[in-house]
Write a protein that binds this ligand. Sequence first.
Ligand SMILES: [Zn+2]
Length: 220
Amino acid sequence: MDAPLVMSSRIDPAEIDDEAHNVDVTTEYPLAFYEATREQLSPDELDVEMELIEDNLGTPGEYEGFAHSHDTSDIAAGPDLSAYKTLGDMQEKMDAQLALSRRLRAVDETDVAERIIEYHFLPDLLGNLKAFASQEFRCRGCGTSYRRAPLTGTCPNCGDEVSLTVYEGAVTKYMDTAIRVAEEFGAQEYTKQRLEILEQRIERLFEDDTNKQSGIADFM
Ligand SMILES: [Zn+2]
């Protein structure tokens, strides 16, 4: 997914992603920086002069003279394989992240859990719910795709069975985990309610609504 689609033969630093402009290129940090860390100031509030790549855009300094504050013996000294690859499925990755956030005193595990729910589970669940509801249908025999399920219930092309392309499992996969995490880590009431509403929507979508024989007494 990170395959390059376009190759630039000349790179203009002013045109690349802003994020890359936000790198400091000083040989050392001023004392005031370290003092500000004790106040736990956010970088925006920091009233300290730090030379960033951004400051040198449009000058020869945009290409050269990038200094750094700490030396290393090997520029590739980081882990060869991150835990993201050694751990198995999403569930396992998330449990590891939450276990770590519980252990670190500087980290608020409730906040971590809340963010995982808000930025990972909710978009995933909502996205899959939408994908399920707006999916195409495909014939098992000849492979023809249909934007709407044929009313005949079978493929008008070859008469074979037409099946879903997005399954219930894809939608409900993380629902129970999300609810469990919200409970276990004491997520905000708002987050819990969003999950609850979503669970109801999912249940309504998948409930078996085959007609049941009802008598007049059911309405009295
Ligand atoms: Zn067919």
